[in-house]
Ligand binder design. Structure first.
Ligand SMILES: [Zn+2]
Ligand SMILES: [Zn+2]
Length: 51
């Protein structure tokens, strides 16, 4: 599953609010832009947890 933002890197998380698969850096880019987005719940792809 590829990141839906850059479409180049493998997605590491899915955002439940956006229903989007995201690479870690893109996830951080998107969700650091405003306080509402930063509250989105993200789930790890593939069942491995990331902290
Ligand atoms: Zn990306
Ligand atoms: Zn989100």
């Amino acid at each position: 599953m590829l990141c839906e933002v850059c479409e180049q890197a493998l997605a590491h998380v899915t955002c439940t609010a956006d229903a989007a698969a995201l690479y870690l850096a893109c996830d951080r880019d998107i969700h650091s832009t405003n306080p509402f987005a930063s509250r989105h719940e993200r789930l790890p792809v593939g069942g491995h947890s990331i902290l």
